[in-house]
Design a protein around this ligand. Structure first.
Ligand code: FAD
Ligand code: NDP
Ligand code: 3IO
Length: 391
């Protein structure tokens, strides 16, 4: 199928935002989505109690704000409803159940050739001048290898399969990983009468979600606008200390880089605390060091301690999948992320990237606006069509 306009891979917030902005410009497109719905990460791979952890103004997509009656931190259900509203508003109709297997740029024709699996063994081919990669930073779950894991007799899952702690009532659960996911499901496990232990193998920045009624993220962003990054970080850490006190004696050592520097340089998100810390203080969530190996019914840590466990949940993060299917990947590093801010088109080859610079939903929206403007300029030039103006 020859596509007039770009092929967009992925119908999550990034793909939807790009489609919304292109529609506004009058540029047609095709979205290919491997799942059977939009926003599959949010609909199928997140726990029930999830809320946005940044204030809503940092999470909305371009051109359509959240409904006025939404709270400051919308729930997952509200966020999904908003994305559906967005889809309907811009009449976005992705081609579902089409998983992109490969995308290659043919130098001779200067066209992108995209091959998809459609289920039931069928394949399809799409050809276009432009390709927008919007398949997400969280495309695949990561479970690291551990000695003995295959001999462990309890249940093993990734946090993306976790919905509530109900199933774990009365159980001793090892949560591996202390990012926002690990911390929040430990809290949820406590609230469902389970006994969580959380692995902190190295260090972690834990910040209050709000400081004196103002979002910590917002405070950090405002400080970074007028101060050097290191100073903004020092102020945020000082304010954090005023609110939370010292967290090191709880086994939560802080990284040597500040929270915003670490996010900017390594893409590592600080934890925005919504209650786990008080459960760590009370001992309801136990902090344990790195795992040495799993045994049949227990786990041995690097300090030699052996602790019985019933279940292990890996909250060890995600990875992108572009390196698996995109043949032309000069725009990505060897981890499959776009180098910070380099979302510009790969010159003359029509390749664009949305949502790969680890700046959360606001990064997705900013990329989408820019990419839609660039593509519409080229589309007008090459097709001779007139565009609507972008406002
Ligand atoms: C639990 C959780 C909570 C988060 N909360 C926040 C928050 O509060 N604030 C914030 O700013 N950010 C948050 N994030 C960051 C998150 O990355 C964004 O919220 C957002 O979902 C990114 O949108 P995306 O469209 O780039 O990726 P995704 O939402 O992952 O969408 C990508 C889509 O591409 C599809 N896809 C992947 N590979 C292929 C393929 N080969 N072929 C076809 N389709 C494919 C996927 O099925 C998916 O539907 C959170 C992330 C997680 C995991
Ligand atoms: N809106 C919200 O409230 C939420 C937002 N999110 C966001 O979703 C994204 C993904 O978050 P999350 O799922 O927490 O993943 P992250 O990648 O943020 O965290 C992964 C965690 O796993 C640890 N880890 C990785 N490998 C190992 C290992 N071999 N042994 C022990 N620990 C290991 C990491 O430790 P180390 O640092 O040492 O590598 C880190 O603590 C983030 O952007 C996050 O902010 C997630 C949940 C809720
Ligand atoms: O949820 C995330 O991890 C995000 O990427 C949102 C985000 C972008 N920059 C930040 C800085 C501090 C905390 C969260 C974020």
């Amino acid at each position: 199928m020859r596509v007039n306009g770009p092929i967009i891979v992925g119908a999550g917030p990034s793909g939807l935002a790009t489609a919304g902005c292109l529609t506004k410009q009058g540029v047609p497109y095709v979205i290919l989505e491997r799942a059977n719905c939009i926003a599959s990460l949010w609909k199928k791979r997140t726990y029930n109690r999830l809320k946005l952890h940044l204030p809503k103004q940092f999470c909305q997509l371009p051109l359509l704000p959240f409904p006025d009656d939404y709270p400051k931190y919308p729930t997952k259900k509200q966020f999904i409803e908003y994305l559906e509203l967005y889809q309907n508003h811009f009449n976005i109709k992705p081609r579902f159940n089409e998983c992109v297997l490969s995308a290659r740029f043919d130098e001779a024709s200067r066209l992108w050739q995209v091959r998809t699996a459609k289920g039931g063994g069928d394949e399809a081919k799409y050809i276009s001048r432009w390709l927008v990669v919007a398949a997400g930073e969280n495309a695949e779950c990561v479970i690291p290898e551990f000695d003995g894991l295959k001999d462990f007799n309890g249940t093993i899952s990734h946090v993306s399969e976790y919905r509530t702690g109900e199933l774990y009532s009365g159980k001793k659960v090892l949560v591996v990983g202390c990012g926002n996911s690990g911390m929040e499901i430990c809290l949820d496990l406590c609230e469902h009468n389970a006994f969580p232990s959380m692995v902190v193998r190295d260090s972690v920045h834990i910040l209050p979600r709000e400081i004196f009624g103002k979002s910590t993220f917002e405070i950090g962003v405002s400080l970074m606008q007028c101060l050097p990054l290191w100073l903004a970080d020092m102020i945020v850490l000082f304010l954090t200390w005023l609110v939370l006190g010292s967290t090191e004696r709880l086994g939560l050592k802080r990284p040597s880089k500040g929270p915003f520097a670490l996010k900017k340089i390594e893409g590592k998100s600080p934890v925005l605390d919504i209650g786990a810390l008080s459960k760590i203080r009370s001992g309801d969530i136990k902090i344990v060091p790195a795992v040495k190996r799993f045994l049949e019914h227990s786990v041995e840590f690097v300090n030699g301690q052996v602790v019985p466990i019933d279940s292990v949940i890996f909250a060890t993060g995600y990875r992108t999948n572009v390196l698996d299917w995109l043949q032309e990947n000069d725009m990505f590093n060897n981890q499959g992320y776009a180098e910070a801010m380099q979302t510009d088109e790969k010159r003359n080859c029509g390749l664009f990237v949305v949502g790969y610079t680890r700046r959360g939903l606001s990064g997705c929206s900013l990329d989408a606006i820019k990419v839609a403007i660039d593509i519409s300029r080229q589309w007008i030039e090459e097709t001779g069509n007139a565009s609507r103006t972008f406002s």
